[in-house]
Each structure stands twice: as C-alpha cells, then as structure tokens.
Design a protein around this ligand. Structure first.
Ligand SMILES: Cc1cc2nc3c(=O)[nH]c(=O)nc-3n(C[C@H](O)[C@H](O)[C@H](O)COP(=O)(O)OP(=O)(O)OC[C@H]3O[C@@H](n4cnc5c(N)ncnc54)[C@H](O)[C@@H]3O)c2cc1C
Ligand SMILES: NC(=O)c1ccc[n+]([C@@H]2O[C@H](COP(=O)([O-])OP(=O)(O)OC[C@H]3O[C@@H](n4cnc5c(N)ncnc54)[C@H](OP(=O)(O)O)[C@@H]3O)[C@@H](O)[C@H]2O)c1
Length: 605
C-alpha cells in the first residue's frame, strides 16, 4: 500500500497532510500547566533579574539624592547626578552578567546531567542566549540614560563652577566649554569611544546582518574586549567625588570662620544658603522655632573619588570568560585526524574523524576551524556521531550553504564525482589541518532524559537527532527514553539518504529486540509534484513511512497526547525557525488527555 493510500485508510498518528496543510494554531486555549512547565521558571528568573535591576537603580538613585556625602556634588549637578549613577549601577550589573551565558564550556559542563540534577534547572541553560541578548538590550537602554545624564552633568559642571569647592569641580573655570570635558578627560574620551564601540556591536548584531554576513557580526562582537578595557579606564577617571568628612563638616553647615557665634537665627541663614533639598538632620526654616542651634563646620569639606565599583562587578565574570577562552584555545590546538570524507546528495558532506581524549554527548556540537579555508573563521556543526568507549570515531554532516562550507568541500572532496561517492579511507590522502573546539551543550541532549520525546527536524536540522539515533543504535536500555517520535521534513527525496541507512538499521535492530514501537519514524517530503520513493530496496521500510506535504502539527500533537495520556513529552525541534515557532506555541496548548508537552528551545542562531 502506498503512503498515499495509507494516509486515507488507517491513519493513526497522522492525518494525511497532502492537501489540508494545517499551519495555524489560533483559537486554542493555553494550558496553564503546560505554560508553567515551559515558561514558568524562565519568567521567575526574569522577575528576579528585573527586581535586582530596579533595586540597584533605586538604591543608587536615593543614595546620590539624599546621601550627606553627596550633598555638595548633588547641589552642583542636580538630578542628572542621580540618574547617571543609578544607570551606572545597572550597567555594572549587566556588564558582569552578560558574559556568563557565553561561557559555553562551563554551561556544557553544568548541563551534564549529574552536575545539575533537576531537568527544569538544566532547561534554564537553554535560555542562555536569550539572557545574553536581554542583558545586551538593557546595556544599550541604560547606556542611553547614562550618556544623556552625563551630558547634562558636563554642562552643570561648567555652569555651576564653584570657587568654594575647587576639588569638586570637573571644569577648570566657570562656563568652560562642556565639550572640552568630553574630549579632554579620561572618563569623557573613553565614554565617547565606548558609545562608538557599542553602536558598532549593536548594529552588527541585528538579525539582518547575522543572516546576510555572519562574519561582520562575529568580528564586531569581538570588540567587546575593547569595550571592557575602555570601561575599566572610564571608571578610573574619578570625576564624581563624595565628601569624606561629613562628621567634622556636616553637609551645608555654617562655616565657623564666618559666624564665630554658635547661636544664630536659623531661618534667615538657611533661606539664604539653601536652595535645593536640605541635608539630613535639617528641617525647613518655617517649621523651626525662632532660635535653633545648628551644626557648625569644624573644618573645610574634603572630597575624594570612589574606588571604582565596576571592577568588583565585572572582574569575576571577565576572568571566568578569559579563563574559559584560554582553556578552549589549549584544548583545540591539536588538529583532528580525518578518517574519511563522504559526499552525500543535496550538497551535504560528512567528515569522520578521531581526536585523542575527545568525549562528547549526543546532541552536542563542535566549532570547526580550518586555517586553509580561513585563518579567522570558526563554524559550528552538530555531531552526528559521537565517540563511544568502543569506537573513537566521531563525525559531522555539513550542508554547503556559503563561502566557508563551499571552500571546505572543495578542499576535502576531489572536484569530480562529488555525488554519492563514498571515499574509502586512504592512508596516503592528505587532508588539510582541521581543528575542533568543543564539544558544547545543546537542548537536544535532554531528549534521552524523557520517557517520551518528540524530535522534529527540518532539512539539515536533522543532525542533532542523528547523533541521538546513533546512540540508540548502540543500546537504548541505559536511557530513560522509552518512546521516540521522530519527524523529519525535507524538500527533496534525496535528502533522506543522508541518514537512510541509520534509520533502517535502527528500525531493524528494534524489531529484532521486539521493540518495534520504540521509535516512530515519519518522513515528510514537503515539495513534490507526485509520489516519490527513496531509491533502493533496502529502504522500503522508510518508503512506507514517507508522507507528502508538511505535517499537520495540531493533529500530530493530539495523536501523541492521546497515546501518552498523563505523561510529559519532551518536544525538540531543529530546523527553520517557522517550525520552531509553531511547535513552541502548540506545546503550550491544553489537551484533554492530561499530556504535558515540554518545549526545549534551541538557544543558538
Ligand atoms: C549550534 C549550531 C549547529 C549547527 N550544526 C550544523 C550542522 O550540523 N550541519 C550544518 O550543515 N550546519 C549546521 N549549522 C549551520 C552552520 O554553522 C552554517 O551553515 C555555516 O556556518 C555556514 O557557513 P558558510 O560561511 O558556508 O555560510 P554563510 O553564507 O556565511 O552563512 C550561512 C548562514 O549560516 C549562519 N552562519 C554563518 N557562519 C556562522 C557561524 N560562524 N556561526 C553560526 N552561524 C553561522 C548565518 O546565519 C548565515 O546566514 C549549525 C549552526 C549552529 C549555530
Ligand atoms: N542547530 C543545529 O544544530 C542546526 C543544524 C543544521 C541546520 N540548522 C538550521 O536548520 C535550518 C534548516 O536548514 P535547511 O536549509 O536544510 O532547511 P530547508 O530546506 O529550508 O527546510 C527544511 C524543510 O522544513 C520545511 N518547513 C519549513 N517551515 C515549515 C513549517 N512551518 N512547517 C512544516 N515544515 C516546514 C520546509 O518545507 P517547505 O519546502 O514547504 O518550505 C522544508 O521541507 C537552517 O535554518 C539551519 O540554520 C540548525
């Protein structure tokens, strides 16, 4: 029976997708249970992070607004002082945090199931990229506030220049051009440079640039190091000073050399001398009795710059990040030995290699560096085969999509016979040097830790699942997984050949072990004029699982929910972002079978 007939006949998991392609998910109730499982912890962390930002901003604002040690500088600079310092606190906090989600080796280590025992906590690591972006956006917003406030400060330093507090002035004389403060002081100049660097980094991080020219994004993003160096210089300038002797010179006190007498009539003195908020311990003149004792200055006010707090915030994360980069450099400085390079249909190439002491878990990815292709570029690829205790070989499948993959293909594969030819391991064949950095963690690692997993791949997005399937081929018993739904959508029939052998082998093995229901394979050919099959008799098993058109996601989810009542199904998706969005939203929908779908988001672009 052809797949077409099967579709119209007995359709268990699938309702034939050929004509009615269900793409919308509107009008469905969101299950709070599913939502909480999928989004709850993430939102809780977001609330904690947000509260810390608000708290830091508010505490710093109040301190600079009311703190006696800032009385004189506040009188000189006004509200802009409080805004500049409060925004600086938020910036310090986020400049430290933003580096943590980029410590990929550390995250991969934490993800190892023994280190973080709770799956819910491990799933938080999937949000690392989102968190990095959130911190980045916060840095941009508060940099805007900080810059605007400091521009006003520069103006106020110049206008409110005071002969009485020479130490406190940043300007050298009254009405000094504030632009001079910007371009001739260390904090001013470094601030201007930081704004430029940040502008470059932000504009090059937009989706359009990342997709059209990833290298621009990558190189400008590495300017972060310049940014941090400038930041450390910026805060060491010490233009804003606090008063060190508030005990012997209570802020706004009466200068004893001027009054000599301790018994004076207060309202007149205060209205004469105080225009802004009164220092702590003083109340408004009209509220006072006629004769009050006021504090007398025992000495002149002294001022000093703070020890730069920024160091405390960023030194830890910066050292951690640098240590991780150094470790990665050392770990990746030995090239791999390429065992074989296999050409697959539809411009895909497989590289099989070995490297001493290289260990990886299924679902992880590595970063490839081939100096003969490009001295500076590094590209991530998911492992499709992981090394095991019995075999050291591991591999990646690369789709040729751009200049780097194209040049690598030209170097590794001879120009002729690039289609479907398996090149045997030839000792004399010399391959260019290839380095790998990694492995790094990904959400797909979790798929073996659910009792039921739904793995959905679009095109070359199949790679993380290939390593999962390869691992199951070696043995499924050690893992929690007891049922795997594997859905793979491709545009052309040849693409299925990338892993057709693997799928057939796994299917046969599970049948032999009397576990035919362990893996449920469904292949979708999204674009075709008619019925097609994967050529080769040995692939008949797969042909009977081949469907035409896109999957009908809602029906698929309903069927899986029905078959796994009351269970938690882990949903994993790798492929075009439109599939990912649809599945994410479907995972949050309610169903009448009490089945919970936990969506595991991939955290890289
Ligand atoms: C974690 C991860 C795992 C991946 N696994 C695989 C895999 O197993 N098989 C596979 O064929 N492809 C995989 N990719 C995609 C692969 O990295 C890109 O196709 C490759 O880098 C393209 O390089 P290029 O210069 O040939 O093409 P380009 O034309 O330069 O880029 C094509 C697209 O790839 C992305 N890209 C380019 N360079 C990078 C980079 N250094 N880092 C991240 N994205 C980049 C850009 O979004 C760009 O739009 C993976 C990507 C990521 C992020
Ligand atoms: N993270 C990783 O490990 C990793 C690895 C490799 C690739 N990737 C990513 O995976 C993506 C896949 O690359 P590709 O070029 O091979 O894919 P592709 O050919 O563009 O698309 C693959 C298939 O997905 C189908 N599809 C797209 N949107 C869909 C939707 N909403 N519902 C159902 N089916 C849908 C397409 O159907 P139509 O023909 O109908 O459009 C097509 O058959 C890329 O974006 C790549 O960056 C990620």
């Amino acid at each position: 029976m052809s797949h077409w007939n099967r579709c119209h006949g007995r359709c268990s998991i699938l309702v034939c997708p050929y004509r009615a392609q269900h793409r919308g998910t509107r009008g469905m109730a969101v299950s709070w249970r599913s939502w909480l499982a999928n989004e709850g912890v993430k939102h809780l962390c977001l609330v904690i992070w947000l509260s810390l930002n608000v708290l830091l901003f508010w505490k710093t604002f109040v301190l600079y607004n009311q703190g006696p040690e800032y009385y004189y500088i506040h009188r000189m600079l006004g509200l802009a002082l409080c805004l500049s310092r409060a925004s600086a606190s938020v910036l310090n906090f986020n400049c430290g945090l933003i580096l943590l989600p980029m410590c990929r080796t550390l995250l991969a280590y934490l993800r190892g199931s023994q280190k973080v025992p709770s799956r819910r906590t491990r799933r938080l690591l999937d949000k690392s990229r989102t968190f990095h972006i959130t911190c980045g956006v916060t840095i941009c917003i508060f940099s805007g506030v900080h810059v605007a406030a400091h521009l006003v400060n520069a103006l106020n330093f110049s206008v409110n220049y005071s002969e009485d507090f020479i130490e406190l002035n940043a300007a050298r004389y009254q009405n000094e051009d504030p632009r001079k403060l910007l371009f001739t002081t260390v904090p001013g100049l470094t601030g201007v440079c930081m704004v430029l660097v940040l502008f470059l980094m932000v504009t090059a991080s937009t989706y359009a640039i990342r997709v059209s020219n990833y290298d621009i994004f990558w190189y400008t993003h590495n300017l972060f190091f310049v940014f941090y160096m400038l930041l450390l210089l910026h805060v060491s300038g010490g233009l804003l000073k606090y008063q060190t002797n508030v005990q012997t010179h209570p802020p706004g006190c009466i200068n004893s050399s001027r009054t000599q007498s301790q018994d004076i009539f207060l309202p007149e003195y205060l209205s004469e001398n105080f225009h802004g908020p009164l220092p702590e311990g003083f109340s408004k003149p009209e509220e006072r009795n006629q004769k009050t004792f006021v504090k007398i200055c025992l000495e002149e006010p002294r001022f000093q710059a703070h020890f730069p707090q920024t160091w405390l915030w960023i030194s830890g994360p910066l050292c951690l990040y640098c240590a991780e980069r150094l470790y990665r450099c050392i770990r990746s400085n030995k090239p791999v030995t390429i065992i074989s390079v296999i050409s697959h249909p539809s411009d895909v190439m497989e590289i099989r290699m070995v490297k001493e002491n290289f260990k990886a878990r299924p679902g992880q990815y590595v970063i490839l560096h081939c100096p003969s292709v490009s001295a500076l570029e590094n590209h991530p690829f998911t492992l499709t085969m992981c090394p095991t205790e019995t075999k050291a070989t591991f591999g990646v499948h690369l789709k040729v999509v751009g200049d780097w993959t194209e040049r690598l293909r030209d170097l590794l594969l001879p120009p002729s016979n690039q289609d479907s030819e398996i090149l045997p391991f030839i000792r004399s064949r010399s391959y260019p040097k290839l380095y790998i950095d990694g492995p790094f963690g990904s959400p797909f690692e979790e798929s073996l830790n659910y009792e039921v997993s739904l793995c959905i791949a679009g095109g070359i997005g199949v790679t993380p699942f290939a390593s999962i399937l390869n691992t199951l081929l070696d043995g499924w018993k050690p893992y929690k997984l007891r049922r795997l739904y594997f859905i793979w959508v491709c545009r052309d029939i040849q693409s299925f050949q990338w892993f057709a052998d693997l799928l057939c082998m796994l299917h046969n093995k599970l049948w032999q072990e009397n576990r035919p229901d362990y893996v449920n394979i469904q292949l979708y050919l999204s674009q075709t004029d008619g019925i097609q099959t994967i050529i080769g008799e040995k692939y008949n098993t797969l042909n009977s699982r081949l469907f035409i058109g896109r999957p009908r996601w809602k029906l698929l989810f309903d069927e899986i929910a029905k078959c796994n009542r009351g269970k938690t199904v882990g949903v994993f998706c790798c492929g075009p972002s439109s599939i990912s969005k649809t599945l994410h939203s479907l995972s949050n929908q309610s169903n009448s079978y009490g089945t919970k779908f936990e969506y595991n988001k991939e955290s890289f672009s």
